[in-house]
Design a protein. Structure first.
Length: 79
């Protein structure tokens, strides 16, 4: 006479459900993170980099003009 255990199948189902939940939630999280990275972060970073390059170019132009019109030695502290 064999005795069947009810605990075995329940534990197996619980373990499989936990594994499935972890895999599905991780997959959804990775997909959402990739979507945010490509859709929001990278365009904003590119826009910021373009703005930063524009500001640097303008700052360099202003500094060159200032250097052409002023002698930097006049502004050095003498000891």
């Amino acid at each position: 006479m064999t005795v069947t255990s009810v605990v075995g199948p329940q534990v197996g189902r619980f373990r499989n459900r936990i594994i499935r939940d972890i895999v599905v939630s991780t997959s959804i999280g990775v997909a959402m993170a990739y979507t945010w990275w490509e859709g929001a972060h990278l365009p904003a970073a590119r826009e910021w980099a373009a703005w930063d390059a524009e500001v640097k170019k303008e700052s360099d132009r202003i500094n060159r003009e200032w250097l052409q019109n002023n002698d930097p030695a006049d502004f050095v502290k003498s000891s």
